[in-house]
Design a protein around this ligand. Sequence first.
Ligand code: NAD
Length: 496
Amino acid sequence: MKTLGHLINGNIDHSEGRTQDIFNPSTGEVGGQVRLASKATVEEAIAAAEAAFPEWRNTPPIKRSRVMFRFKQLLEEHSDEIARLIGQEHGKICHDALGELQRGIENVEYACSAPELLKGEHSRNTGPGIDSWSEFQPLGVVAGITPFNFPAMVPLWMYPMAIACGNTFVLKPSERDPTSTLFIAELLMEAGLPAGVMNVVNGDKEAVDTLLDDPRIQAVSFVGSTPIAEYIYSRAAANGKRCQALGGAKNHAIVMPDADMEYVANSLNGAAFGSSGERCMALSVAVAVGDDAADKLIAQMKQQMEGLKVGIYSDKGNDFGPLITAAHRDKVVGYIDSAEQQGATVVVDGRNPQVEGGENGFFVGGTLIDGVTPEMTCYQEEIFGPVLLVVRADSMEAAMQLINDHEYGNGTCIYTRDGEAARYFSDHIQVGMVGINVPLPVPVAYHSFGGWKRSLFGDLSAYGPDAVRFYTRRKTITQRWPSAGLREGAQFAFPS
Ligand code: NAD
């Protein structure tokens, strides 16, 4: 059985120490172990990144971007293998894993344009014989800490752009499904990246805390749950580091009475249950405006959910796979139980799915719950499972108020045929990513991704233009070459 190590200074490191089991959630079996880095191992990775920085910083951006072009090609050549590794440890169906990888590759493509993105700003003659310009310099060693639910895509949100900007990187992936992440980092080395520029340390809190406290780390990008995001942001900031920490979500869709219910049910099906609901952009609450809309929606959903197939990651005929761990499956089932106990109606019950060949896997089937109210635990907390809640509201304003009052503000969507209502919604809703008849409004790689409220701690969003700003520091230079004609006496006041 394999034991996964770390990637430090271009080599796989197998320092002895603590390990953790990696499961195959489709079968419930242990597929291997991952080493959990000690403080000393993480410090070794930081030292490698620090040593690689001066030369990488001075490598012309066009040469840095050529590495990214080769990396993209290698990712495409190995896509089936990567999808299999993701499926084995995460449980998502192969074609969904390929989709995740494709979104990641799009971030590599964006990083390929680093020479254009780093051009800076220039002004000639800002004063007599004076020129001024701003340039965007890399920060040094930067770190990324990532969640289990996108082991390929979320790390690719971070390090291609950070590295293309001239930084060196230490990544701490999720310890629950780390194999595809390490494999992808090795492809980046194969693409021609010098040793030490990209390092991967597997581990848990000990590794994370080392990254947060080490003064050589200049900036931290984090994606994960809100309590940990808040902790990362506070500790990194207290240590004087730049930090962006993306957290959890509770994404609502408003279903207006004029919406095309068949289309709504179709798209909610994919957005609520795809990847077992383990997406930070999963739509987990449908707010129907009026009882008539709610009844029609429930009827359509019930019909469409009959065809849902939950099962093993390798069967392309399945719609979604298992949850990540047995403990998480039990937690999701606990939320369904609590909804029932608090007065909601479980319309479609996924608590005991029959999965051939996956009898010991961590499965929950698609679940639909009607009559949910804001006081219920299942409404207040992020479930992160294949569970869609239906809340009934009297008006669009009441539906919007629910969304604005919720602690999370990652994504949202409205289904309507009324352009004026849609425009009002997108203008006034307190959420960072908004869809209009689009259930998963995930921005493309050349925009940036970020929620509001307790879904993001920090100022800049992930990837896209914000990532260029996050991974660089502006320096503004003002220059004059005084000739005899320009010489003047000392000036004690600002020129007017
Ligand atoms: P998590 O917060 O448990 O773990 C994320 C990372 O933090 C992992 O690398 C983990 O090792 C580390 N970590 C966990 N506990 C820690 C601690 N006490 N101290 C220091 N480090 C710790 O999240 P997860 O379960 O892996 O991922 C699911 C969560 O991530 C969900 O809440 C989901 O909404 C969120 N998520 C958000 C986005 C987004 O863009 N906003 C994207 C993907 C996932």
